[in-house]
Design a protein around this ligand. Sequence first.
Ligand SMILES: C[C@H](O)CC(=O)SCCNC(=O)CCNC(=O)[C@H](O)C(C)(C)COP(=O)(O)OP(=O)(O)OC[C@H]1O[C@@H](n2cnc3c(N)ncnc32)[C@H](O)[C@@H]1OP(=O)(O)O
Length: 689
Amino acid sequence: MAGAPRVVMEVGSDGVAVITISNPPVNALAVEIIAGLKAKYDEAMNRNDVKAIVVTGDGGKFSGGFDINVFEKVHKTGDLTLLPDVSIDLVVNTIEGGRKPSVAAIQGLALGGGLELALFPAFILGTSLLNYLQGCHARISAPRAQLGLPELSLGVIPGFGGTQRLPRLIGLKKAVEMMVSSKPILSEEGRQLGLIDVVVPPHELLKEAKVFKELVQTDTAKGLVHAFFAQRMTAKVPGVTDVGLKPRHMKKVAVIGGGLMGSGIATALLLSNIKVVLKEVNSEFLSRGLKSIEGNIRGLVTRGKMASDKAEKTLSLLKGVLDYSDFKDVDMVIEAVVENIPLKQTIFSDIEKACPPHCILATNTSTIDLNVIGEKTTSQERIVGAHFFSPAHIMPLLEIVRTNRTSAQVLLDLIALGKTIKKVPVVVGNCTGFAVNRTFFPYSQSAHLLANLGVDVFRIDRVITEFGLPMGPFQLQDLAGYGVALAVGKEFASAFPDRTFRSPLVELLVKSGRNGKNNGKGYYIYEKGSKPKPDPSVLPIIEESRRVTNVVPGGKPISVSDQEILGMILFPVVNEACRVLEEEVVVRASDLDVASVLGMSFPSYRGGIVFWADTVGPSHIYESLKKWTNLYGNFFRPSKFLEERVAKGLPLVSILPFVCAGFNVIIYKVTAVDGMPKAITAPCQERNH
Ligand SMILES: C[C@H](O)CC(=O)SCCNC(=O)CCNC(=O)[C@H](O)C(C)(C)COP(=O)(O)OP(=O)(O)OC[C@H]1O[C@@H](n2cnc3c(N)ncnc32)[C@H](O)[C@@H]1OP(=O)(O)O
């Protein structure tokens, strides 16, 4: 078990005091660590037998930076005194004031406040001590340690003096690049960049400390800090990751279908050194799939991101096949064929016979009920959804879809595999659209409703991009292709007819020969080398759609502000998120935040869809939806969950009502004779989200 955070000091006979930070797993600079550092530095400075100081971290890591939990506490309490005055107190008064040489011994990582702590010795060396140390090295680092200032990714700036000291250490250009990109460099590069011996005057530190404290209080910092913790929570699934099971190693995975999704999934697996068998139905499709994987991997070489011998080694892990004979020793199959129920059912019945009994049977379906897919098998415990987002080797989200029969072991294995292939796994329930597509299905629906009510489509896109999404709903539709919009629209219309707005617009666009970005003609004109331009010739088609739907009250286009447009697009999404929470499609509300950020590019600095909704205020959202229901119909009707939350004055993220039914109350025990964990009933209990 990890011990309590502490700082220890050992003084050797050579007069060197080694101060070690110990706060597993990353030696975060918790308040008690900072206090401990100050106490040990004070002691070292005051002891006559100490000639020099080395500061280092325990467990192979220097420090992952200031303890982010403190930010969260500040957000909750508004109490800024929780933030210690490190730069002034520790650096100026203790370290500099003490006038003894101090060296940082870095290994593993020195991030944020951790790196800034390592810069402190330079601060001392930069003044009088450098003169008598005669070029002594102030930071000793093990190979490949990560050095970075990722504070901007949390919405704050380096607050322990880094903005002043890093530029002096490695030059302004590189320092700004490191701060803006938040990306770490390796110690080897850091060494090449050299040392700078300049002192930062205390008044600059004071200024910096003030700005830092102001930034911690902004919504942006709150959103980013929430997103940080939420992302780390997704891999903690009650009844799965806390019941003593160990993930099994996936050495060889079969992917069925070499189309866009299948080849992307295969690429992601190969890049993590997992053997892949790619199966297709004929040699033409197979060679197309293999070529696309090769293209993905060789593209990394062209862009200088992978050495060519490494690419060849990676590709040697890939084998293309036309039958199931190579499936006899695979640990997992991921089916990624077209969304056709009989085809998927046949494949699952075939792979059940062809694969070993421990093999996980996963599907990349984005819509079809997993119970239906597995209907012709007797292996329901090992059937699971592995829903990747396109392009699968790039997009970071992996929705792991469970039925009420999927075993905990299988879920755990998939969570572990997700992490191995550098995805963020989010475990979700089995419903139309799962968590992400289900929550965001009203997004394009409301955009179409607004367009049919007379609002300009390009204005809608602008409002949404100004809010922070990378593109608006109409440009997104152009990008995804109209075939996808029509197919997905049908699924949702049949699953949720009470809240579907039927717009003929996409059909009219297809009729007029448009297919979005695919053929260069959609709401926008797409030309090579230039940004998409709004296409005025689409306006008569939109007019035609308005005539057909005839939803404009009094026949006149509605007049709405940008703020209302934003609400009319995003509040229905929040409303659906409420239903997703009520039905416990996600384990906790923050999982939906992560899924919305990583799957829909919802701006991370807004914390995710539910977090943002709480910032806006559930009662404002509820009242707005009620008003729009009266004006424009049922599409906007507030959900029961939202209504109840508002009635109780609760935010959306707090305790979810615990329903004693469905997959969430199943816990697992390894009792089955075949070694697969079996579900047992668990008592109901309230969980904190
Ligand atoms: C004043 C200063 O200028 C302000 C600052 O220093 S702000 C902080 C700057 N530092 C950062 O942003 C680093 C954030 N951390 C990371 O990027 C990554 O955690 C890491 C690269 C250090 C390690 O990554 P990885 O090995 O994949 O482990 P990861 O799962 O992310 O983290 C392990 C645990 O450490 C915790 N942790 C990591 N960094 C932390 C931090 N700075 N504070 C508190 N907890 C932290 C994580 O929450 C996680 O906890 P859990 O096991 O209970 O879920």
